[in-house]
Design a protein around this ligand. Structure first.
Ligand code: HEM
Length: 249
């Protein structure tokens, strides 16, 4: 009996590890697909490839993953088709942190023209809003370990994840929008510079449209589940049409 119990425990631990690996594999594939897609898009748009393109793609990839993390809650609640997707929320969040961390490293070291703290001095709002996002994600990552989760207590832990994820998306959205606004404005005004495909919108603008869709979907929930269920496809339609129109300006 004792033996049976122990081997069952071992089987369970094995099964859990296999399941965790499977979830990381799927979340990792999603992350690689998004970042890879952004690398291809930026390379085709500019007509060259360099480290700065990898940096931008990791940065935008991290924000898209965060957007998906925030979207999974309402999607799984509104539509049964997305029920299982919620399982990947934690892994996607951790990958958003890791890709974001590589972006911060590349921005502060190999790509920094005025040293690691140059941007903090010249553009404090841009740099510190990004740093705030990274620090919160690092904290959420650390407390995601089971032992700390138990120590903090489930109710408080969920509250921290809930608010942490929201503040992070807002902080990174500000980081990107304040930084990129002049470039978006110039492109919308017809100044494309030396681009191989000047008709293609900046990737960061398309990412901003996706994040606006996510934020509108979450805000709609304030008006109740029924309103949100109705409004989500409306926001999605608006985001798709807007993106499509940008390609045909
Ligand atoms: C995890 C936190 C962060 C995320 C998710 C993030 C995300 C982003 C995004 C989406 C962009 C626009 C990418 C594009 O141009 O297509 C960007 C640009 C940039 N970020 Fe961050 N950021 C974060 C933290 C930081 C921090 C702390 C710094 C401080 C040095 C920083 C420095 C930069 C720089 C220099 C750019 C411009 C890159 C370029 O135009 O080549 N970021 N970031």
């Amino acid at each position: 009996m004792g033996m049976g119990f122990h081997s069952r425990g071992r089987d369970n631990a094995f099964y859990e590890m296999k399941e965790a690996l499977r979830q990381y594999f799927i979340a990792g594939s999603i992350s690689v697909t998004i970042t890879g897609g952004l690398i291809l898009y930026l390379t085709a748009r500019r007509g060259y490839f360099d480290l700065s393109i990898i940096n931008k793609s990791l940065a935008s990839g991290s924000l898209v993953l965060l957007g998906i993390v925030l979207l999974l809650g309402p999607l799984s609640r509104f539509y049964s088709r997305f029920d299982n997707w919620i399982n990947y929320r934690k892994e996607l969040g951790i990958l958003a942190f890791l890709t974001g961390a590589v972006h911060v490293y590349l921005s502060m070291f190999p790509l920094a023209r005025r040293g690691p703290f140059g941007l903090y001095q010249s553009r404090p709002l841009v740099a510190y809003s990004g740093l705030l996002g990274l620090v919160i994600m690092a904290y959420l990552f650390i407390i995601s370990f089971e032992k700390l989760k138990e120590k903090i207590g489930m109710a408080k832990w969920w509250k921290m994840q809930y608010w942490g994820a929201r503040i992070t998306v807002l902080a990174i959205f500000i980081h990107m929008a304040v930084f990129k606004y002049p470039e978006w404005n110039a492109w919308l005004g017809g100044e494309a510079g030396k681009l191989a495909r000047p008709g293609w919108p900046p990737a960061s603008l398309l990412v901003a449209i996706f994040i606006s869709f996510v934020l509108l979907t979450r805000l709609s929930e304030l008006f109740g589940a029924k309103a949100a269920r109705f409004l989500t496809p409306v926001w999605l339609g608006t985001a798709i049409v807007t993106s499509f129109l940008l390609f045909n300006l």
